[in-house]
Design a protein around this ligand. Structure first.
Ligand SMILES: [Zn+2]
Length: 287
């Protein structure tokens, strides 16, 4: 997968289905990726994030079958994190990209009917349909809830879902040079439990963040750096770049590359491939 014009594309360069959510849309410069479950396993998440009643959205929704739907461009705020904090930054919607995976989350065993969600709604506990087969669950002992001791479990994620989430996360982290991959439970502790123990955010983070070094290039002339992949786009602050500036590739599109200048300042923008030559392998790097 890769990113172009803030849309997610598959390996063939085809954009995933896009269904715009009305919730969000302010400009976003993401620093983190936040993983979620929908708490509804019924593949209705895309409809829900279009529904005005939800007041929620995410950049991507990944179905139980591993099907990806994008609902907000990656440079626009989506409403997925709510009250949240990480590294002294609060309200993470303004600083993060959100991926929702369809999953019922945590479930309890009803005395006669089987595994269901048992939610406190307006002060009263309610059992919510449907019954989820035990074969889909990761059992998790018993919990005291509403004066009863009930068997507790988490719905597992499907292999297709985890694979899609991993590929999307790798592409997003690389394209936006994100600092880390977080679970909603980590940025809203005590309030949120997603993506939960069936997902395992720590291991996922480790795999996603273990990136190959980005390809590096040297600029072969004094070179204007543009806001988009054509000369018609305005130049960005810090343009032109001096001869021999070293840059990292973030994205490649139509004879242009989106690059980042290494070091403080952090200029990013588009330059034509014609004026780039490959930099050597960094000293001390053993592949
Ligand atoms: Zn969440």
């Amino acid at each position: 997968m890769k990113i172009s014009s803030h849309r997610l594309l598959d390996a063939n360069g085809t954009a995933y289905p896009f269904v715009q959510s009305p919730h969000g849309g302010d400009p976003l410069r993401p620093r983190w990726l936040v993983m979620h479950y929908t708490a509804d396993g019924g593949n209705t998440a895309v409809d829900w994030f279009k529904n005005p009643a939800s007041k929620a959205s995410a950049h991507l929704v990944i179905s139980r079958q591993g099907k990806i739907t994008q609902m907000m461009p990656f440079d626009r705020v989506a409403w997925h994190a709510g009250e949240s904090e990480w590294k002294g930054v609060s309200r993470l919607n303004r600083h993060s990209i959100g991926i929702e995976m369809v999953n019922y989350g945590d479930l309890f065993r009803h005395p006669t009917r089987g595994w269901m969600r048992y939610w406190k709604i307006n002060g009263a506990y309610k059992w919510l349909d449907p019954v989820v087969p035990e074969s889909e669950l990761m059992l998790d002992g018993q919990r005291q809830v509403n004066g009863q001791r009930l068997a507790h479990a988490w719905q597992r994620y499907t292999d297709g879902q985890v694979a899609a989430a991993f590929d999307a996360a790798r592409a997003i982290v690389a394209a936006y040079r994100l600092e880390d991959v977080l679970g909603h439970e980590e940025i809203s502790p005590g309030r949120k439990t997603d993506p939960g123990p069936a997902f395992g955010i720590a291991k996922f983070r480790e795999r996603v963040m273990r990136r190959e070094p980005a390809p590096r290039f040297i600029i072969t002339t004094t070179l204007n750096i543009h806001a988009g992949p054509a000369l018609t786009h305005p130049t960005v602050a810090g343009s032109p770049l001096p001869l021999n500036t070293e840059v990292e590739e973030l994205e490649d599109q139509g004879g242009w590359k989106r690059v980042a200048v290494r070091g403080p300042g952090g200029i990013t923008g588009w330059v034509p491939n014609t004026f780039l030559k490959a930099a050597g392998v960094p000293a001390g790097h053993n592949g």
